[in-house]
Ligand binder design. Structure first.
Ligand SMILES: Cc1ncc(COP(=O)(O)O)c(C=O)c1O
Length: 462
């Protein structure tokens, strides 16, 4: 046991709280010998673009990671309940992934996709085996934004239509995909999104149609139909959605919604994209987020990034040969997409997910964690909603359960308190009142208990 000083909400007193003991971890971080905290902070403020924001009142410095834990410059250990924003599914510095990376670095660091390389083709084959048969072609990129942009462009070249539809609250990246992103926090005041329409997200907790309405799904699907009828020429290029919305606050699209939405979009000539950048690679307790309803849903395009490389820049767009062929009228080039080191990493990540049964761990512990967090609703009125699938959980905080007034400051304070107590989380949601819990998929039951205990204590400190 050790104690920390935590500020109370009125900022006048300091409370001495006893910290729940973190699960033991038999690992000693290397002695840190780099710049001091003060020097690093000074350099960051002097040299780095200000839009690269720092989190927390007193920014955190992280110098090492191992499995589900991170270490600061003083060697203090934190439970990483955000996994580099849904990236580190296999845990930090996994030895198999590190070895695959360094072996490949020592063999061939980079060449060009203009030459044949077996790392590329073998990984393509292995990745496609995890997907429905019709999705038989892959294009590798370096990030989620590149993946969603390429997917959108393929929808347009294949259909010869222009209009794209995405869900409000959704996040699909920056750059050309900023238009698909539908949250003002992430939209620069620039012309963007030409030809992109946003339809209401089927949010069963906060939307106009709620989960107690038996026709909720149809009403939300009807909004897509209505948009196509009234806001387009009647034909569209495509539709993109995250099966479980990440940045929007871990919102699983209601069961049956995507299947019906895809039918409406396909009837209007459109292509359906599942954005699996956050959901994919086991996070939601299935390999892919679109499999959550077990209804045989088959997207036409899948975009991937984040967990695909467990921290290495890698992304992919998977689709059918027919759709991919529409993009061959001109050369489409990406210097680093398919880089041999990225391919080696991707290959090792798939092995680790399988060998360590990470999908099952995400399913079982996700259910357990969500259950315990939901139980805390009996104790704390500020918890408005607990939702998610697998280890992709959102906890929405409110000032008042009846009015659902977003508890933005409450969320910020809980975030700060949890950090003090040793758990790192993240804020999400259109109103910035959702705490995102997305740890590496290798967490243990003791870690899940610790997250819940710390969350409970963090609320008591408000
Ligand atoms: C669902 C989703 N799509 C796309 C992106 C963009 O990915 P990247 O930041 O790698 O460009 C993100 C990033 O958070 C995301 O969450």
């Amino acid at each position: 046991m050790f104690t920390v000083l935590v500020k109370t909400n009125d900022k006048t007193n300091l409370l001495r709280r006893t910290l729940s003991k973190m699960p033991p971890f038999n690992y000693k971080p290397k002695p840190y010998t780099g710049d001091s905290y003060e020097v690093a902070l000074k350099k960051r403020r002097a040299y780095v673009h200000p839009s690269v924001e720092l989190y927390y009142d007193k920014p955190l410095m992280i110098v090492e990671g191992k499995k589900q834990y991170l270490f600061d410059e003083k060697g203090r250990r934190y439970l990483d309940a955000i996994a580099g924003i849904s990236v580190i599914n296999c845990g930090h510095c996994h030895p198999k992934i590190v070895k695959a990376t360094t072996d490949q670095l020592n063999t061939l660091q980079h060449t060009t996709t203009l030459y044949l390389n077996n790392m590329y083709t073998n990984y393509a084959e292995k990745l496609l085996k995890t997907l429905p048969k019709k999705l038989d072609t892959v294009y590798f990129v370096n990030s989620g934004s590149e993946a969603t942009t390429l997917a959108m462009n393929m929808c347009r070249t294949y259909t010869n239509n222009w209009d794209m539809i995405s869900l409000r609250g959704g996040y699909h990246g920056m750059g050309a995909s900023m238009g698909l992103t539908a949250n003002s926090h992430y939209k620069q005041p620039l012309p963007q999104g030409f030809g992109i329409k946003h339809v209401r997200s089927p949010n069963p907790y906060r939307g106009p149609y709620l989960e107690d309405d038996p026709n909720m799904v149809d009403k939300y699907v009807n909004e897509i139909h209505d948009l196509i009828q009234c806001g387009t020429c009647g034909e569209v290029a495509g539709f993109i959605a995250e099966p479980i919305q990440g940045v929007a606050g871990g919102i699983p699209l209601p069961k049956g919604y995507l299947k019906k939405a895809f039918e409406v979009v396909r009837k209007a000539g459109g292509i359906c994209i599942a954005d699996e950048v956050q959901d994919g690679f086991g996070r939601t307790g299935t390999m892919w987020g679109f499999q959550k309803d077990e209804d045989g849903l088959e997207p036409d395009i899948i975009t991937m990034a984040k967990g695909i490389g467990n921290g290495f820049p890698l992304g992919a767009v998977v689709t059918t040969k027919e759709i991919a062929n529409s993009f061959t009228k001109r050369f489409h080039f990406n210097t680093f997409g398919g880089n041999p080191v990225a391919m080696a990493v991707g290959n090792a990540v798939l092995d680790v997910i399988e060998e360590e049964n990470l999908i099952e761990n995400a399913r079982v512990l996700g259910k357990y964690l969500k259950g315990k967090l939901t139980k805390l609703m009996d104790k704390h009125d500020v918890i408005g909603n607990v939702r998610g699938k697998g280890l992709m959980i959102g906890v929405e905080l409110v000032k008042d359960r009846k009015t659902k007034e977003p508890g933005c400051q409450i969320t910020l304070d809980i975030l700060e308190n949890m950090k003090e107590l040793g758990v790192l989380t993240l804020i999400a949601g259109v109103y910035s009142n959702v705490l995102r819990i997305k740890p590496p998929l290798c967490i243990t039951k003791e870690d899940a208990d610790f997250i819940v205990d710390v969350f409970d204590e963090a609320i008591q400190m408000l």
